[in-house]
Design a protein around this ligand. Structure first.
Ligand code: ZN
Length: 480
């Protein structure tokens, strides 16, 4: 390419760029600058006022520029079917649509053509602009809805969005969009999880997601927990169900898991425990769904490249069944706090009115647990058994049974020596964070609605938000 053709290309690119400016763009910029200038000399106004003037005053200018750029982009799209890539027939231009964007509504005219292979009318520009089929919300609006509604109720989101973005998007639109994006996230999750069952898929995904592979041997820690959510799927049918002698179910389990490399555990400067990088799974789809999602996430985090897997959880039966099914050979540990709660229950039964006596009884037992001597604890409880009668005796039987069932999972001395977690606190705190959104007073969910939003929140936590919204840089804690 010669110098002169290069110069010509540059000048035509500059001319095309000028075409994206609004006709009275210069006057608009000047008007905006004048409003900023007034603020400069106003003693009562600070930098916040300047920011506010720029946001509100610049909005219309930016909206106009966006409209022109979107129109130019739509016009540049070739008349091919966006699904099968075949040329479109009976193509005609000028089909207008109104798109809701973060700068307000824009109008775009685009071409429509018929695909003889798909037997459908197509608007190729809609796909190029990132609009969903039959949707009129821009990708940024889709993301805003997904981000805010997975954090707060839609009515609140409407106010926050209006204040921060400067554009009003109704609560109904935000809610609907968020659910739609959540369903898209569920489809994406399925398409990410499916290839993890084969080695080629795993290698490809390591590359795509830029997962950091470990160079040295490591222990993969998996923690599991569950919490419940209130749903009203039978809305309007409650009376009828009760008449049939059926109490409509309200509370349902949400199952969650997290996985991380042992070496990624650390402390913040203030001494708070933290994990550098971890994967999350959270689902209302039942234990089966959790098992498959967790296995895929654990595979992404290094399962299959490590011989050492450690599962830590409270004593729930479903957890150990899942662990045995999907992670055979993994070491299992029951959460130390849960076990100590069981011993405290016995202590309070023995010393109902004497807290210090209860403590004096329980502390040596906790010390034995921490020295890997769970068997001695069980023996001591068994020796105690003949002294208790009635309900107290039955309760002690239950506690002995609990400890015996979990006998092989009480290796807290080993845990301490190896620098491993004694409990599943990391997962419990994650569950509490999810509950802040999903367990507000007076809230009811539907199964499809809560799964969609849980899936969105989990995408963000896993650092994969950009897979849903490619215009965004990876945001949010992939690590926390
Ligand atoms: Zn087609």
């Amino acid at each position: 390419m010669t110098t002169s053709t290069l110069a010509m290309e540059e000048s035509s690119a500059a001319a095309a760029a000028v075409a994206l400016l609004p006709e009275d763009g210069e006057a608009q910029w000047l008007g905006l600058a004048e409003r900023m200038q007034r603020c400069v000399h106003c003693a009562e106004e600070n930098l916040g006022h300047l920011e506010e003037r720029l946001l509100s005053g610049g909005h219309e200018l930016l909206r106009q520029m966006l409209e022109k750029a979107a129109q130019a982009k739509a016009a540049a799209v070739p008349p091919r079917c966006p699904v099968c890539r075949q040329p479109l027939h009976r193509s005609s231009g000028g089909h207008g649509t109104t798109i809701q964007t973060r700068f307000g509504e824009i109008r775009v005219a685009r071409a429509r053509g018929y695909c003889r292979r798909c037997h459908k009318w197509r608007f190729p520009a809609d796909v190029a602009l990132g609009l969903p089929p039959e949707g009129t919300q821009s990708p940024a609006v889709q993301e805003i809805a997904a981000l805010t509604v997975s954090k707060m109720p839609a009515a609140e989101a409407e106010q926050v969005v209006e204040r921060l973005v400067g554009t009003k998007i109704s609560a109904a639109t935000l809610g609907r969009q968020a659910r739609q994006q959540g369903r898209r996230a569920q489809e994406k999750r399925a398409s990410l999880d499916q290839p993890m069952s084969g080695p080629a898929g795993r290698v490809q995904q390591d590359r795509d997601l830029q997962m950091q592979l470990a160079l040295e041997p490591f222990t993969l820690v998996i923690e599991l927990d569950a919490w419940n959510i209130r749903e009203r799927d039978d809305w309007g049918h409650s009376a009828q169900k009760r008449a049939q002698g059926e109490e409509p179910p309200r509370w349902h389990w949400v199952y969650g898991g997290t996985c991380f490399r042992l070496g990624h555990r650390g402390e913040t400067a203030s001494g708070r425990a933290t994990i550098l990088s971890r994967g999350y799974v959270m689902t209302r789809g039942g234990i089966e769904a959790l098992r498959e999602q967790l296995w895929a996430e654990a595979s992404r985090r290094g399962l299959g490249r490590t011989n050492e897997v450690l599962i830590v959880a409270d004593g729930a039966v479903w957890i150990w069944k899942l662990a045995g099914d999907r992670f055979p050979g993994a070491r299992q540990r029951v959460d130390f706090y849960h076990v100590s709660e069981h011993l405290w229950t016995v202590a309070r039964t023995l010393h109902p009115d004497d807290a210090s006596a209860a403590r004096a009884w329980v502390e040596p037992l906790l010390a034995k647990l921490k020295a890997d001597d769970g068997c001695a604890v069980i023996t001591q409880l068994e020796e105690l058994r003949p002294r208790l009668e009635g309900e107290a005796g039955a309760q002690l039987d239950r506690e002995i049974e609990y400890l015996k069932t979990n006998r092989a999972r009480l290796d807290y001395g080993t845990a301490k020596a190896r620098g491993e977690p004694l409990g599943s606190g990391a997962m419990e705190s994650t569950c509490r964070q999810y509950q802040c959104r999903f367990k507000r007073p007076g809230q009811f969910w539907t199964q499809s609605g809560d799964e969609a939003l849980l899936c969105l929140e989990t995408f963000r936590r896993n650092g994969r938000w950009h897979l849903l919204f490619p215009h965004s840089a990876p945001i949010g804690p992939s690590n926390n």
